[in-house]
Design a binder for this molecule. Sequence first.
Ligand SMILES: NC(=O)c1ccc[n+]([C@@H]2O[C@H](COP(=O)([O-])OP(=O)(O)OC[C@H]3O[C@@H](n4cnc5c(N)ncnc54)[C@H](OP(=O)(O)O)[C@@H]3O)[C@@H](O)[C@H]2O)c1
Length: 297
Amino acid sequence: MSGSASPVALVTGCRSGFGLLTAVELARRGTVVYAGLRDVQTAGPLKAAAGELPVVPVQLDVTRGDQRAAAVERILAEQGRIDVLVNNAGVAVGGFLEQITEDELRHVLEVNLVGAWALVQAVLPAMRRAGRGHIINLSSISGRMALPGLGAYAASKFALEGLSEALAHEVGPLGIRVCLVEPGPYRTDIFGRNRRVTTGTLADDPYAARAARLMELTERATAAAGDPAEVARKIADLCRQDRPALRHPLGRGSRLRLAARALLPFSVWAWLVARLTTPRPGGPPSDGAAADQDRRL
Ligand SMILES: NC(=O)c1ccc[n+]([C@@H]2O[C@H](COP(=O)([O-])OP(=O)(O)OC[C@H]3O[C@@H](n4cnc5c(N)ncnc54)[C@H](OP(=O)(O)O)[C@@H]3O)[C@@H](O)[C@H]2O)c1
């Protein structure tokens, strides 16, 4: 086993978005990064962004036990350490809970929750031996507030929040830091190439009008989404901190929305959500009215 003097990180889901940018940002700051890809053939954009930086693409579908074990074994064999795990790989399925399929729900949970947990389990022996380490789990604002049409995604992120909170208690005393990064909307492929929405599976679809309204709101959120490099920089910052806080909401309005969700009685919150997501009789609200409602949420 050779050893690395530089910190070593494993980042999952590096084909695009936060994962790609985080891998490059960490490498720029002197970390050797193993960048997991669901399909290593898709490493082109990562390699182009990384240039000569120490970023090593690795085959890692987080739902595959054999690939998780191989990736962790390879890093330990080549570097002798894993200082940072960024559980970034994630999928989102839009759709009302009566309409999504069992396979869709299971897949979201497999990637966003079970895959993350299994990688935590795989890296912990090395981190415990070292008496230090950072585990950063990509949650979402949807990990603390569940909106209609995003139930499966919210379920996976709420579960990841619970898992991470328990983990922080369990491994904090061993010197291992756990963080939840909770972005609002940012411009990544989750709103484009990787966008999945299930609609219209029911006869006389009772959700059709609200689904259309939610699509409209999603388009608006996508247009106003933040720069994902901000999230990558935040993750890289957290890896340098000795005692980072557990939760890190990011993005315009995220803190305010989470505070409102936590402080308002649910009936008031539900009224606000209904006002925002229910189509007005006679057609969609004007842009000005909708923007006004967006700000209120
Ligand atoms: N963008 C946002 O607004 C936002 C907000 C809150 C939280 N998040 C979270 O941020 C994380 C990154 O998402 P993103 O926004 O950067 O979207 P993205 O560009 O779609 O990136 C998602 C990454 O996860 C990978 N992935 C999907 N299934 C995988 C699997 N089974 N194994 C390994 N990798 C897998 C994707 O690879 P392929 O493309 O090859 O499938 C892709 O590289 C996710 O956990 C997401 O829930 C995003």
